[in-house]
Design a protein around this ligand. Structure first.
Ligand SMILES: C[S@@+](CC[C@H](N)C(=O)[O-])C[C@H]1O[C@@H](n2cnc3c(N)ncnc32)[C@H](O)[C@@H]1O
Length: 257
């Protein structure tokens, strides 16, 4: 029973996010149709503001093309990770509805974690993860956190951080400062996979990071056609989908180098 005089507040209604319904131009990605999950949609950054500190730096919600994700993982493995893959925790900062987490779960990572600021996207992601587990697709343990990326303490041990252009330079700069504190305490190696790396200068200007790769990762033909179709139908034609993503890979080498 609740405290006298207090009535239990009804649960807040889920927020309707423009860009997630068919009337907003939504077209389901073949990944969703194949696996029965919900990761499609394009939500402009301005619709994801809910009064949090870093709201104005949110770019948009859009899920990674599976072919770009796998292409970048191939590149990373060619960069000779310091530890075996099964020692790494894969962390998606700005995980949206969790497509990158589902894709990562096909690799033998030690664990997988997603961090998303917006509660509606986080709720959908949790449902996707549950469906994925129930279908027996996932190998590593998966956790999801609804919070600001800067409030997520990196776990101990090797980390592979995934960024699909989630936020602007001020948030990335803050994260780098936080990671450096962790690394100063001799935590495991950190590699960063950065897709649509608009703020790459933040990492390039930090002497502790070495750039291992910088270049374009092409979408498969099927992904290119799908993303082009989806983005052609977006109201306002705000975002573009070239046949590739500009990507980079960074490794923390330590401040003294
Ligand atoms: C381009 S989407 C990427 C989605 C997902 N990583 C994927 O590849 O499918 C970027 C996401 O970052 C989230 N985001 C932006 N700023 C954030 C912050 N400070 N903390 C956590 N998430 C954030 C946005 O809400 C959005 O869902």
């Amino acid at each position: 029973m609740g405290a006298p005089g207090k009535t239990k507040k009804p649960a807040p209604k889920p927020r309707h996010l423009p860009g997630l319904t068919v009337s907003d131009g939504l077209i389901r990605h073949p990944f969703d149709l194949e696996f029965g999950v919900r990761t499609s949609g394009l939500v402009a950054g301005r619709h994801l503001r809910i009064g949090r500190q870093h709201d104005r730096h949110i770019t948009a919600y859009y899920a990674i093309a599976p072919s770009v994700f796998h292409g970048l993982l191939v590149r990373w493995r060619r960069c000779r990770p310091i530890e075996p893959l099964d020692a790494y925790t894969f962390i998606d900062l700005g995980a949206g509805m969790g497509r990158a987490l589902l894709l990562a779960s096909q690799y033998p990572f030690r664990a997988i974690a997603g961090v998303e600021l917006h509660p509606t996207l986080a709720r959908i992601a949790r449902r996707n993860l549950a469906l994925w587990r129930a279908a027996g697709h996932t190998r590593p343990p998966m956790r999801f956190y609804c919070r600001d990326a800067t409030a997520f303490p990196l776990p101990s041990g090797p980390c592979l951080i995934f960024l699909f252009n989630p936020f602007g330079a001020p948030v990335l700069r803050r994260l780098v400062r936080l990671w450096k504190q962790k690394l100063a305490r001799n935590a495991g190696p950190i590699d960063i996979l950065y897709v649509n790396d608009e703020q790459r200068d933040v990492l390039a200007c930090e002497p502790g990071f070495e750039r291992l790769f910088g270049g374009q990762i092409r979408r498969s033909h099927a992904d290119a056609v799908t993303d082009r179709t989806i983005l052609t139908h977006q109201p306002g034609a705000e975002y573009a989908a070239p046949p590739w993503e500009d990507c980079s890979i960074y490794r923390w080498k330590g401040s003294s180098q």
